[in-house]
Design a protein around this ligand. Structure first.
Ligand SMILES: [Ca+2]
Ligand SMILES: [Ca+2]
Ligand SMILES: [Ca+2]
Length: 226
């Protein structure tokens, strides 16, 4: 800088300052950092019961009184259980005088009356039409019972799996309650790109076990990042 006039020094300083300002004022560099998790919406769509048997005599009585849980859960990369979101029908282990109709708007704590496909012409029961309460456990409710309560969100991180499951029973006043829909399905492990575009319809199935059988339709759809 020897021999530089004060004016040159000022111009150089201005030039470096302008360069700095330009460097900071440019368009922000795109960020490729992966989100730590994805918000996956689980929708319980419908359930059908191919065959039910709820009589003391083996005459194939095609109705049952059902209580129990349908739920979604994340499974961590080591397979351990993550967060659970549960929807309960009725109260676990509790009965009423009889099962109430699927679309009935009161007494959500009671088992629901269901009929099998042969009796019911392959009727699909819509979860949105049924009173269900929200919880993280089958044991009790953490909300009131309401209809249109068939969707919940799970935060899923890359490498994790999503389990959707059903565990319901037929209420019997005079004998042990019988499993009629006891089944689960895991999806994944899911990569970040699979999670980013997840939009899948799927089904749980349980074959006839002597008391019941079921098929549950559900949807998994990514709606955002977390
Ligand atoms: Ca029974
Ligand atoms: Ca029964
Ligand atoms: Ca029984």
């Amino acid at each position: 800088m020897r021999g530089m006039t004060r004016g040159q020094g000022a111009r150089l300083s201005l030039a470096s300052l302008t360069g700095l300002v330009l460097a900071f004022a440019g368009p922000p560099a795109p960020s490729y950092a992966a989100p730590s998790g994805f918000l996956v919406e689980v929708t319980l769509e419908t359930v059908t019961f191919q065959q039910l048997s709820d009589c003391a005599l083996l005459d194939g009585c095609p109705d049952a009184e059902m209580y129990g849980s349908f739920y979604g859960q994340t499974l961590k990369t080591d397979g351990g259980p993550g967060t659970s979101r549960v929807r309960n029908i009725g109260k676990w282990g509790k009965g009423c005088e009889f099962g109430l109709a699927w679309t009935y708007g009161f007494a959500g704590q009671c088992p629901v009356g269901i009929s099998d496909n042969l009796w019911n012409d392959y009727h699909e029961y819509k979860f949105a039409d049924r009173l269900m309460c929200s919880s993280h456990t089958y044991k009790f409710c953490e909300s009131a019972y309401s209809k249109a309560n068939n969707t919940f969100l799970l935060t899923v991180r890359p490498g994790e799996r999503i389990k959707v499951a059903a565990h319901t029973r037929d209420y019997d006043a005079d004998s042990a309650h019988d499993d009629i829909c006891f089944t689960e399905k895991s999806t994944g492990p899911l990569t970040a790109s699979a999670l980013a575009q997840l939009d899948r319809k799927d089904r749980l199935k349980q074959g006839f076990n002597g008391d019941g059988s079921c098929e549950v339709a559900f949807t998994l759809r990514t709606v955002g990042t977390a």
